[in-house]
Design a protein around this ligand. Structure first.
Ligand SMILES: [Zn+2]
Length: 263
């Protein structure tokens, strides 16, 4: 039995991708738990920053931390709100400079659809693993998060920028030529904001430890059911997939205090 707080699964870009769950005193290699019964008991909340037991607002943080900590600033999910390049503070300018004024990339990936996204260059390929992308290609590089974010906003009329979890869990193969899409995407970009276009047209292929895609995925809500038990059949993105089409998004359950048993 493991006791701990759910945090985003750690990954290793191998084929298939390796998944690890940090449960405090224990570090679990989850690929080894596939085909085993897992029991998850929800015991309450524990904020990943202050350990408060009040309800989690988002990112594993309580309401107070969610609205105060620099790493939870809204420029995270809306990069176009970044202001560090202007020297303007959101919550902590030094922290924001470090995160926002670092190299960023714009990519195309195949998740639930062809999507456009941006991320810090250091988050490649983790970002693609977390979103459950089967393929991805780097389109362009940027000096900062704002330029990348504004470019992404401009591309939203051509591409989706979010992933539908259910569709991602149902998808396997896409008949989409990412190199051709990259060429098309470059035509649609505001060139002034770009540092450089990526010369390398390498298509990154991600193989997840999952045998079958789901046809009718069913979400596990620990706050309603309190306890879940099922056979782990695979892992994709930040999702654990169980028999009978059940799935749980570990990322959305961060900060949940859990008893976990692999039987
Ligand atoms: Zn907190």
């Amino acid at each position: 039995m493991f006791n701990g707080v759910f945090k985003k699964m750690q990954t290793e870009f191998t084929s298939p991708i390796n998944y690890f769950l940090d449960m405090g005193d224990d570090f679990i290699y989850l690929n080894d738990a596939i085909n085993k019964e897992i029991s998850i008991l929800f015991r309450g909340y524990s904020c990943l920053s202050c350990n408060s037991d009040s309800k989690i607002k988002g990112n594993g943080l309580c309401n107070k931390c969610f609205f105060e900590l620099p790493q939870a600033g809204f420029w995270n999910t809306r990069p176009e709100l970044s202001k560090a390049h202007l020297g303007v503070e959101d919550r902590d300018l030094e922290f924001e400079k470090k995160m926002q004024l670092s190299p960023h990339v714009l990519y195309l990936s195949l998740t639930s659809d062809l999507k456009v996204g941006i991320t810090r260059a250091s988050q490649i390929p983790t970002r693609w693993i977390d979103q459950g992308a089967s393929q991805a290609i780097i389109v362009a590089h940027f000096d900062n998060r704002y330029n990348a974010g504004i470019t992404e906003v401009g591309l939203k009329k051509y591409y989706k920028s979010t992933t539908s979890a259910i569709k991602m869990l149902q998808s396997q193969n896409f008949d989409i030529d990412l190199i051709a899409q990259k060429k098309e995407c470059i035509k649609n970009m505001n060139k002034e904001l770009i540092k450089n276009i990526e010369d390398n047209d390498e298509i990154y292929k991600l193989k997840f430890p999952i045998k079958n895609v789901l046809s009718n995925p069913k979400k596990i809500d620990l706050t309603k059911e309190n306890q879940f038990r099922g056979k782990l059949t695979g892992i994709k993105g930040q999702y654990l997939i169980f028999n009978d089409q059940y799935y749980i998004n570990i990322r959305n359950n961060q900060g949940y205090l859990i008893d976990l048993e692999i039987i």
